[in-house]
Write a protein that binds this ligand. Sequence first.
Ligand SMILES: [Zn+2]
Length: 94
Amino acid sequence: MKGIQLAGSLLLLTGILLLLTLNHKVSSVMAIVLIIAGVLCIIVYNLVIRKETNLLCRIGLHKYNHVGWDEEIKSRSIYRCERCQKEKKVMRAI
Ligand SMILES: [Zn+2]
């Protein structure tokens, strides 16, 4: 499965480079096709590999809610995704 992720990243990168370096009409259409193909590969990879139950969570679109503060470091707040319960800790700038 790792191959799909790599192929996706390469397609995406190639597409972006094409878009940036060439402004010929045909090339930009090709570049956009490459970018879409790359994004699709990465999404498919994430859908297969990740274990989150929600489809949006699997492609990384979590819905975080602030649930409390970290006990060790007081300026660190804890967020939890309301769909898959995944937690993340974020340092607050003072
Ligand atoms: Zn989630």
